[in-house]
Design a protein around this ligand. Structure first.
Ligand code: DC
Length: 219
């Protein structure tokens, strides 16, 4: 069983994916972290994430066996890393280098301790359209740019970080534009995805709505 969850930044797809994975005892892969790890590696070399040479070289260095430890780096969560990830993600060779890894995980999902799982939840931008077009269940989680910027702003504030709402909103709009308008695997809902607008839903309500859709249509 594969559950594919796509959507723009800060729409709540990560939280929903983790809640569903926990509920069904499936393994979870945040595919944004793969792109973030590539963006981070390029930034660490003081290079431009839009430069295909460095981005492709870093993407090809991924060791699938080491994936869990690479993705644990807390610095991957930084806003700058997210923006770098969105830039490397435009490059088709970077996407190609990460594709098998994601498909392998979907087909043979495993938990952090290495034990295998009977299902997988993957979240990203192109899971339902490109990575796992045959996923049994697909969600496209979205919310207005203003609501998403506000969530990010609160998150950063709660973590004691100084943040500007206007700058976050601008970054989110730029990232949406880049992710949605690239030629390779752009962000868009799969035709058979359930659209879940979380603008007026908290995490628990979004999870409940997703569970209702699954139990009405798939169980
Ligand atoms: O979900 P996130 O914010 O961690 O993703 C960071 C960037 O990675 C996002 O702006 C676009 C890219 N990405 C992608 O192109 N395809 C995916 N499946 C996941 C993320």
């Amino acid at each position: 069983m594969i559950i594919a969850i796509d959507g723009p930044a800060a729409a709540g797809k990560g939280t929903l994916a983790q809640n569903l994975a926990k509920h069904f005892k499936y393994a979870f892969l945040d595919t944004g972290r793969l792109y973030r790890a590539v963006g981070f590696a390029v930034l660490e070399q003081n290079q431009d994430p839009s430069d295909p040479y460095y981005a492709i070289t870093c993407a090809k260095k991924f060791d699938p066996k080491n994936i869990n430890s690479i993705l644990k780096n807390p610095l991957l969560r930084e806003e700058a890393t997210g923006n770098a990830a969105s830039k490397v993600a435009v490059i088709p060779e970077v996407r190609a280098a990460l594709l098998d890894l994601q498909r392998d995980f979907a087909e043979h999902p495993f938990f952090e301790d290495g034990t295998s799982a009977k299902g997988a939840v993957l979240d990203g931008r192109d899971i339902g359209t490109v990575v796992c077009p045959n996923a049994e269940i697909k969600f496209f989680v979205t919310a207005s740019a203003e609501v998403r910027a506000n969530r990010r702003f609160k998150e950063l504030n709660d973590a004691g970080k100084i943040a500007s709402y206007e700058k976050i909103l601008q970054d989110i709009k730029e990232r949406d534009f880049r992710d949605s308008n690239r030629s390779s695997a752009p962000l868009k809902p799969a035709e058979d995805a359930y659209i879940l607008d979380t603008s007026n839903l908290n995490a628990t309500q979004a999870f409940q709505k997703a569970l209702d859709l699954i139990s009405q249509n798939h169980l």
